[in-house]
Every structure is written in structure tokens, then in C-alpha cells.
Design a binder for this molecule. Structure first.
Ligand code: DOR
Ligand code: ZN
Length: 344
């Protein structure tokens, strides 16, 4: 096979950031995705409808000329979020709300400290048909970082899903066989996104031969048996698993740092990296469902009408990209070869 044409994909988990950088990040995603779920972990976070719509306007203003890319906005849940905030957000077109356990990741200090206190908010989300997007890791200091997703499932996720059978829940960026199995065993209201880095890499790619800060993301890469389980699940192709890059730009200086930021900036090669993985798995026929159908179906949105074409052509990711403020950023998979390329 030398070309592959699929329905235009969407990215169901993405960080654009704000300000000048939007001309870089929005263009990178609009290159091949028609829509993206935009994460709300700005500083300060996007906590109400008004802020979400203002952020949406800034994203739209940064789109390349002729682009029809559509950002899908989300709300950042805090201890202070009320059921009324959810109703107002839904009415103004906000698509989903994101639950970060406080301190779980980048810019999440203002997030939720008591999950059970959020149950009235989840109740309204269920009746409004608004999906709850969950960063599924506990933050307790004594829990090993490699176990934080599994402990979250046992202590929190299973309870939320049981208490709200009608709530749509997306278990974001899953990294373990435990998470994949949890989603497979749950009702059709529970789905998951999977990033390119968690399909392509395991913790050896983070730590063997020296620390590789550009492969550091959260949840952190896990052992190879978990990577293999995620690969197996996308190869088998159930509709509960769909594309979410978690593309998360941090300037080079913030990654190559004594306290380096978590996040892989994968937008410039996202669809190509997924194609690369699906080809390795001999499952290119499953790419379209994962990238272009199942996310839209889960969110109750129409599938895209256009198509994109990927060409079988080897190319090398650049070592660096220049941000609008003049600082370099190192893209995910920098300097490495990918075997598919989006046709211009
Ligand atoms: O690696 C990550 N980066 N994981 C997250 O959950 C957040 C993200 C970011 O915002 O940079
Ligand atoms: Zn994210």
C-alpha cells in the first residue's frame, strides 16, 4: 500500500496553550485534524463559559487562512465549580469538562481536591449529556508514580463509573493494561484516548542510556508489557478507544531543565505517528475507526465529511521548531524517521 485515504480525523485531547504560541500550535493541529478537544489547563485555568468562549475566539483568530478547523472547548473543574456553571457552559457550546486531581500534572494546582464533593456536578453533567474527561492518576505522595493510574482506577474511577452509569466518561491518555481492561469491561458510556507516545514507547525510552526529557509526559511511560497491551487493544479495534494526542508544547528550555515539564509536542507528526504504529501492527485498516470515527460517535457529533490522504514516504522529524517568541521547541520524535506523510 502506498497511499491511505481516510475520513478526516479529529484529536480528542490536545493542549494549545495561549497567546503568541497559538499561531504555531493551532496551525500544527489544523494541518490534518478537523476538530480537537482543547484542554483548559491554562494559567489561570478556563473555569467558566465566558472564559471558554473567549479562549475559543483566540484560537479561531490564530487559524491559518482558509482553515475550517473547529476547536471544541472544555471546562476545568475546581472545588468551586457548581451545577449552574455546567448548565451555563453547556448552553454556550462547551463540549466537555476536565477533571484533574489537584497537582496531577501541568497547571493543575487549582483543580479538584475532593472527588466525592464533585458528585452534584457529575449528576448535572450526566443529565446534560456532557462528557467527563478524567486525568486518571492519584496524587498521594506515597504512591509510586508508575502505580498512580492503577490506584486511581481502584480508588476513584470505579466508584465514579458505578455511581453515574449514564455519565459519559473518557479515561484520558491511558497508559496501562489495567486501564485498557477497565474500559473494555465498563459500559459503552466509558471510553479512552490513547497518545502516540504511549503506543510507540515505554519507560526504557525515557530512562535507558540517560534521561530523555522530551519523552517525559504524564501519565509517565510505563513498562513494555503495558505498551504491548495498548498496542494490542488498538490492533483489535474496539470503538471505545480513539485518538487523543495529548500534544502538549513546552519550550526546549522548559523540557531540558533540572525540573523538566511534562508533555510531548506531537502535533506536527501526530497522524503520521499513528499510521506508523498501525502499520507496525499490521492493522492499517483499523486506523480510520480509531482516528476518525469512534471519537465523534462517542461524543455524539457527526463524523467529518472530508478525507485526508497519507503517502508512504519516509521523512525525518526536525530537531527543533521555532516558536513565535523566538524560543525553540523540540517536537516529539525529533530526528527520528516516520514512514507515512500527510499529502499536502
Ligand atoms: O504530559 C502532560 N502534559 N500530561 C498532562 O496531563 C498535561 C500536559 C500539559 O499540559 O503539558
Ligand atoms: Zn493532556
Amino acid at each position: 500500500m502506498t497511499t491511505l485515504t481516510i475520513c478526516t480525523p479529529d484529536d480528542w485531547h490536545l493542549h494549545f496553550r495561549d497567546g503568541d504560541i497559538l499561531t504555531e500550535t493551532v496551525a500544527a493541529t489544523a494541518r490534518c485534524f478537523q476538530r480537537a478537544i482543547v484542554m483548559p489547563n491554562l494559567v489561570p485555568p478556563v473555569v467558566n463559559a465566558e472564559q471558554a468562549m473567549a479562549y475559543k475566539a483566540r484560537i479561531l483568530a490564530a487559524r491559518p487562512a482558509q482553515s475550517t478547523f473547529e476547536p471544541l472547548m472544555t471546562l476545568f473543574l475546581t472545588n468551586a465549580t457548581t451545577p449552574e456553571d455546567i448548565m451555563a457552559a453547556k448552553a454556550s457550546g462547551v463540549v466537555a469538562a476536565k477533571l484533574y486531581p489537584a497537582g496531577a500534572t501541568t497547571n493543575s494546582a487549582a483543580a479538584v481536591t475532593d472527588l466525592e464533593a464533585m458528585y452534584p456536578v457529575f449528576e448535572v453533567m450526566a443529565t446534560q449529556g456532557m462528557p467527563l474527561l478524567i486525568h486518571g492518576e492519584v496524587t498521594d505522595h506515597h504512591i509510586d508514580i508508575f502505580d498512580r493510574e492503577k490506584v486511581f482506577i481502584d480508588q476513584k474511577m470505579s466508584k465514579i463509573v458505578e455511581a453515574f452509569p449514564h455519565l459519559k466518561v473518557v479515561f484520558e491518555h491511558i497508559t496501562t493494561s489495567d486501564a485498557a481492561q477497565f474500559v473494555l469491561d465498563a459500559s459503552d458510556n466509558v471510553a479512552a484516548t490513547i497518545t502516540p507516545q504511549h503506543l510507540l514507547m515505554n519507560r526504557n525510552d525515557l530512562l535507558v542510556g540517560g534521561v530523555r526529557p522530551h519523552n517525559f509526559c504524564l501519565p509517565v511511560l510505563k513498562r513494555n508489557t503495558h505498551q504491548a497491551a495498548l498496542r494490542q487493544v488498538v490492533k483489535s479495534g474496539p470503538a471505545k478507544f480513539f485518538l487523543g494526542t495529548d500534544s502538549a508544547p513546552h519550550a526546549k528550555e522548559a523540557k531540558e531543565n533540572a525540573c523538566g515539564c511534562a508533555g510531548c509536542y506531537s502535533a506536527w507528526s501526530a497522524i503520521e505517528l499513528y499510521a506508523h504504529v498501525f502499520e507496525e501492527l499490521d492493522a492499517l485498516d483499523k486506523l480510520e475507526g480509531f482516528a476518525s470515527h469512534y471519537g465523534a460517535d462517542f461524543y455524539g457529533l457527526p463524523r467529518n465529511e472530508g478525507t485526508i490522504t497519507l503517502v508512504r514516504e519516509e521523512w525525518t522529524l526536525p530537531d527543533e521548531i521555532m516558536l513565535p517568541d523566538g524560543r525553540p521547541i523540540v517536537p516529539f520524535f525529533a530526528g527520528q524517521k516516520v514512514s507515512w506523510k500527510l499529502q499536502a
